[in-house]
Design a protein. Structure first.
Length: 115
């Protein structure tokens, strides 16, 4: 089985919605990191300081075919193509350790549903 890492960067207020969408699309586990985002066209305050946006980074390792399903679901349900609504991408993984047999079976079932 081949694997991919799916990464979503969304505004913090959209975190729960993104988690639900990713789980429904087939992810069996998600790691969430908190951060601050700065944009190239950031707004300035009256003191000339930039505003930081609180963001959540969601990371999950899934079977490669599920990565595309997750990205499609996020794009459709969160309208992630709109400016400021987030970013999603996947990266291929050459080697993965630590995925249990139960999780592998779940991935296998989800991939079969896709076919």
């Amino acid at each position: 089985m081949k694997f991919a890492a799916v990464v979503l960067i969304v505004p913090e207020e959209d975190e729960n919605r993104a988690v639900d969408i990713v789980k429904q699309a087939g992810a069996t586990g998600i790691t969430i990191l908190k951060g601050k985002g700065l944009r190239h066209n950031e707004r300035k305050t009256f003191l000339g300081l930039g505003l930081e946006r609180k963001e959540s980074l969601l990371l999950c390792v899934v079977e490669k075919q599920l990565a595309m399903r997750i990205l499609r679901s996020v794009k459709q349900q969160m309208e992630i193509d709109l400016s400021g609504s987030g970013l999603a991408f996947s990266l291929p993984l050459d080697s993965v350790v630590g995925i249990g047999a139960e999780q592998m079976l779940t991935f296998h079932r989800n991939v079969e549903e896709e076919l």
